[in-house]
Design a protein around this ligand. Structure first.
Ligand SMILES: Nc1ncnc2c1ncn2[C@@H]1O[C@H](COP(=O)(O)OP(=O)(O)OP(=O)(O)O)[C@@H](O)[C@H]1O
Ligand SMILES: Nc1ccn([C@@H]2O[C@H](COP(=O)(O)O)[C@@H](O)[C@H]2O)c(=O)n1
Ligand SMILES: [Mg+2]
Length: 233
């Protein structure tokens, strides 16, 4: 027997549901979304894996979804491959549809959306189509030299991990992605992390963001008869 989520997945894959249908189904879930941004090689994927283990989110990497779509032999495959090899941003409707399908497919309602929105078009289209506002934006800030060193040592067989494409990806990040981070800074939504440190140290900072320290009421304190604001020390 298929689960409800599997049935939804097949329906989305094999029937031409419109953006409106998919958006309506997604809206019913009231999903909680965190955008995870940062330059190429800043450690977004690495930290997302750890957040998933500790905080129960589902990790959706826009780049990974596009790579899977390209490898599936879809009609958009060649276009995606060409864009990725040039470090360019794929048209938003392709990426957003993949993200929406993956969100519905997951059965979860908490998502880390990694590497998206990458430019103003991504941001505005996602907002218009899904009506989802991110809880916050996690921004991994890392110097370019360190990102370059990490990517050149990554060895995951990614076609775009060559020095020529890496330079193009850095340029696109500076010109198109940083303005999106500035936009969310203006809305007070950016949580910036120093990503140049070792993985575990970066994650200590990340944990504090997902698990903010709440002042505790000492166990032996007699709080009877006091209002709640006085009882919290
Ligand atoms: N804090 C860190 N210190 C040293 N190496 C790291 C750190 N974080 C990640 N790495 C390594 O750097 C490489 C890039 O990391 P990762 O794939 O997580 O980056 P990313 O931001 O997702 O990159 P991309 O945008 O290209 O997908 C990986 O080989 C990873 O193991
Ligand atoms: N919103 C996005 C995200 C990614 N891409 C393309 O995928 C490439 C790899 O992305 P990573 O996050 O895995 O580094 C990226 O260079 C773009 O070509 C995109 O188009 N839109
Ligand atoms: Mg990644």
């Amino acid at each position: 027997m298929f689960s409800f989520d599997q049935i939804i997945h097949f329906a989305l894959l094999y029937s031409p549901l419109s953006f409106e249908d998919i958006s309506d189904r997604l809206a019913e879930k009231h999903p909680k979304v965190v955008f995870v941004l940062g330059g190429p090689g800043s450690g977004k994927g690495t930290q997302c894996e750890k957040i998933v283990q500790h905080f129960g989110y589902t990790h959706l990497s826009a780049g990974d979804l596009l790579r899977a779509e390209k490898n599936s032999g879809s009609e958009n495959g060649i276009m995606i491959q060409n864009m990725m090899n040039e470090g360019k941003i794929v048209p938003s409707e392709v990426t957003i549809k993949l993200l929406q399908k993956a969100m519905l497919d997951s059965g979860n309602d908490k998502f880390l959306i990694d590497g998206f929105p990458r430019n103003e078009e991504n941001r505005a289209a996602f907002e218009a189509l899904t009506k989802i506002e991110p809880e916050f934006v996690l921004y991994f800030n890392c110097p370019e030299k360190e990102m370059e060193r990490r990517i050149l040592n990554r060895n995951q067989g990614r076609e775009d991990d060559n020095i020529e494409t890496i330079r193009k990806r850095f340029k696109v990040f500076l010109e198109s992605s940083l303005p999106v981070i500035e936009y969310y800074k203006g809305k007070g939504k950016v949580r910036e992390i120093d990503a140049a440190k070792p993985v575990e140290e970066v994650f200590e900072e990340v944990k504090d963001i997902f698990n903010p320290k709440i002042p505790k009421v000492p166990k032996d304190e007699n709080v009877e008869g006091r209002c709640m604001c006085c009882a919290i020390l």
